[in-house]
Design a protein around this ligand. Structure first.
Ligand SMILES: [Zn+2]
Length: 191
């Protein structure tokens, strides 16, 4: 895994906001193009039912960015203990309303089946699904444990499974921090 790969494995809505890491050139966008969006979708099994066989096009990127900006605004507010922006909360509600989920009933020969489906363009469906994931995350009591990675140059957010977790990823920031501490300790003493 390289530093330019999206970080995954947190709740879906956190994985989404973590697609804008800090690099030496400022914040990069790992969902900047339809191709990048497609690569991220392939890494997120929870979204596969929404994607089905659709290929993202340019118009699908903006609705996903809008949801990401709104989730980010709410999470940063929660991290600093201030009231989340009303517009961000409304945006997440509206994104769901734009492509409501319906449970489509069918018969598979022996039993009734229900498949959750949304209508509309891929970007709008994804935005609705991601906003729903955000609603689950933001209302979960565990959100009070939300943390930002302790590395100086990292803005990744995570929910620690154990209270001592300090890094978004031990292989990224954990290692870099260990190396930095090593050099700090072994700095040549100037005369
Ligand atoms: Zn980090």
């Amino acid at each position: 895994m390289s530093d330019t790969d999206p970080l995954t494995g947190e709740p879906l809505a956190l994985d989404l906001v973590n697609t804008r890491p800090l690099s030496e050139h400022g914040r990069t966008d790992l969902l900047g193009t339809p191709e990048q969006l497609a690569a991220w979708l392939a890494m997120e099994p929870d979204l596969h039912a929404e994607v089905r066989d659709a290929e993202p096009i340019a118009a699908d990127v903006a609705p996903v960015h809008a949801v990401r900006a709104n989730v980010d605004a709410v999470l940063r507010a929660l991290l600093t203990g201030v009231r989340p922006p009303k517009a961000a909360l409304r945006g997440l509600t509206d994104a769901q309303r734009a492509a409501p989920a319906t449970r489509e009933l069918d018969w598979d020969g022996t039993a009734v089946t229900a498949t959750t489906r949304r209508g509309g363009r891929l970007g709008v469906r994804l935005a609705a699904r991601l906003a729903e994931a955000a609603a689950d995350l933001l209302t979960d009591p565990g959100i009070k444990n939300l943390r930002q990675c302790e590395a100086d140059d990292c803005v990744m957010l995570f929910l620690p499974a154990h209270p001592r977790r300090r890094w978004c990823s031990p292989t990224r920031c954990g290692n870099r921090a260990r190396v930095a501490r090593y050099y700090q300790r072994h700095k040549p003493v100037s005369a």
